[in-house]
Design a protein around this ligand. Structure first.
Ligand code: ARG
Length: 588
């Protein structure tokens, strides 16, 4: 559907033309003086210069021409030359009726790109921490937004499963359980099907090994060589590695499911191993790579750089692949498998340099196909003290701990507010807790750091996820009551009220912004714009709710109009939160 502002602008363009002025001055925008009018056109001010006339005279000419147009209730020229616009009730109601019937609520889009979104980025065998949370939340929302806009979107978790952490775990295990067959070079039989550790054992091994490698140089070297052996296909380590992957990925999947995050691909760094040797050879053959202190590097600096961009290292002196190597080979594989138009990386902004190097190296080597690269870096999630989020004991906050803290806070609120069974309250707390976390994150511009504040995020009032859900639940319950009264709004043809009260009209006006807002949010890859919109929309709805008696309304047709308006509001809110990656309960 054409955007409401564009429809009005077209009408003004006609008026400008008829009155003898260029239509480029006809732009209608939302009023910045809502106390005076709903929309405005300031074109007369600019046109005054070109036509050497007083702006007010031009504004009056336009207002005169528009007079009688059914779209507007009033169009008034005001000094020094603004045009104040109030939309007609017929027009706004008609627009929202069409929006209600449209599958995408009037959002028109003709995008057909193939887009890969690289997000989540969990590391095998290391627990998920809050740093991974942002990538999952933002990436999931972008994926849904790009899909809603018509694109073919593939979400890839890009597991970190090929780096030094694997060697560290293997060597630590070697010391803990030397009797395992994986460490017996003479062993020739089949390796056990059962993993030699549990998930919680695995979760302990990594931190232990990682700490040890910082002081024990010999251990670190062993881990490096184990990593290299693994990468080169050494069978016992491959078998062990597979156990680590299986256990870890199963747990990761469970965690992501709880976050309402779904990947289409669970590819890992290891999946590109087969491409690496040829790719590195190709860099060399094309004369793009040279040796530097034993390592193989690609120069990626450009003349226009304003800061130092160091060379991209693609092979370590010991022959091992690095983070950049697997990222480059992943580009190669993605181009081969999907020929994407765009690859979006949702990663901590502190990794930006790595991606600048990788993107440049990929383009230099001509392995990027048609893909445009987008680095969507995000800021750090801080605690109230402004420092990276920690547990009370000062350790890195694990995702599971964080989620259970949030859910606990919401649970207490639900129990305080009303009578609910413990079981029901727990179920609701999970849904509301997720909204609290996601909205708290997404309502900030992604690139900025933000303060994670459990009290604020879980509040049922103010600019929070729970407030949005509360609004939806309120709408659902009114509609439920209406149905219980045996009524059916369809009886009146699903029409809205064409003669509205003030807050009813304002709610319609807020609704009409949906397609415009979505277009902007998509173009800027900005979920925070959706958050800002649904907050405004919820406020407009709650004002309408407080000023009107919906269930007690005696005029049945008017009541049906209200209900229809509630339906569109609900659908708009639910479509929006679905794009943000959370949902609303039936009660709370
Ligand atoms: N596993 C990495 C980390 O935890 C993030 C991966 C990001 N994606 C990528 N293609 N490098 O930091």
């Amino acid at each position: 559907m054409k955007k409401l502002l564009d429809i009005m602008t077209d009408e003004f363009a006609k008026a400008f033309k008829e009155a003898g002025y260029d239509e480029k001055y006809a732009r209608v925008s939302v009023s910045n003086r809502p106390d005076l009018c709903e929309y405005q056109c300031n074109g007369a001010m600019a046109a005054a210069k070109e036509y050497k006339k007083a702006p007010f005279v031009i504004a009056e000419d336009i207002a005169e021409k528009i007079k009688g147009n059914f779209m507007f209730k009033s169009v008034e020229a005001v000094k020094p030359g603004f045009i104040n616009i109030i939309i007609s009730e017929d027009m706004i109601a008609g627009y929202i009726e069409k929006m209600a019937d449209d599958e995408k609520l009037g959002y028109e889009c003709d995008n057909q790109k193939t887009v890969i979104i690289d997000y989540g980025g969990p590391n095998v065998a290391k627990p998920l921490h809050v740093g991974h949370l942002r990538s999952a939340i933002i990436g999931e929302s972008l994926k849904r937004m790009f899909r809603f806009a018509g694109n073919k979107v593939i979400g890839d978790a890009h597991l970190g499963d090929w780096g030094l952490q694997m060697g560290l775990i293997i060597e630590q295990l070697h010391d803990n359980k030397p009797e395992l067959p994986y460490f017996d070079e003479a062993y020739a039989g089949e390796y056990p099907k059962e993993p030699p550790f549990t998930l919680s054992e695995l979760e302990q091994i990594y931190p232990e090994a990682s700490a040890r490698s910082k002081t024990d140089e010999e251990f670190k070297e062993r881990a490096q060589s184990a990593t290299f052996k693994l990468q080169k296909g050494y069978k016992p380590y491959r078998a062990l590695w597979q156990h680590i992957i299986n256990i870890s990925v199963e747990d990761l999947k469970k965690n992501y499911r709880n976050l309402n995050v779904e990947f289409d691909l669970w590819n890992g760094e290891s999946d590109v191993e087969e491409y690496i040797d040829d790719m590195v050879a190709d860099f060399e053959k094309k004369g793009l790579a040279h040796e530097s202190q034993g390592a193989l590097v690609v120069d990626v600096k450009e003349e226009t750089d304003t800061k130092e961009i160091p060379p991209c290292i693609i092979k370590k002196s010991d022959g091992a692949a690095l983070y950049a190597t697997t990222d480059l080979a992943t580009i190669l594989m993605r181009v081969k498998d999907y020929n994407p138009d765009q690859i979006i990386y949702v990663v901590d902004k502190r990794q930006e340099m790595h991606f600048v190097q990788v993107f440049r190296a990929a383009k230099k080597a001509g392995i990027s196909g048609n893909a445009q690269f987008t680095f969507q870096g995000f800021g750090t999630m801080n605690g109230k003290d402004g420092k990276p989020f920690k547990t009370i004991e000062g350790g890195v906050m694990r995702l599971k701990t964080l989620i259970s803290e949030i859910n606990g806070a919401v649970y207490n609120k639900i129990m305080d507010n009303r009578q609910a069974s413990e079981e029901e309250a727990e179920k609701i707390a999970k849904i509301v807790g997720l909204a609290a976390i996601k909205y708290g994150d997404l309502s900030n511009q992604a690139s900025k750091d933000y303060v994670f504040d459990i009290d604020r995020f879980t509040s049922f009032e103010g600019n929070t996820g729970p407030y949005i859900l509360y609004t939806i639940v309120r709408i659902k319950s009114i509609m439920e009551k209406y149905k219980e009264m045996g009524k059916d709004s369809g009886k009146f043809g699903g029409r809205l009220n064409h003669s509205q009260g003030e807050s009813e009209k304002q709610l319609m006006i807020e609704l009409s912004r949906f397609n415009d807002m979505m277009e902007g949010a998509y173009e800027e890859m900005a979920p925070h714009r959706i958050c800002a919109y649904i907050y405004d929309l919820s406020n407009a709805f709650n004002k309408f709710y407080h000023e009107n008696k919906i269930i007690a309304e005696e005029n049945e047709e008017k009541q049906a109009g209200y209900i229809r308006l509630l339906e569109v509001t609900r659908k708009t809110l639910e479509t929006s939160i679905d794009i943000l990656g959370f949902s609303a309960p039936d009660r709370m």
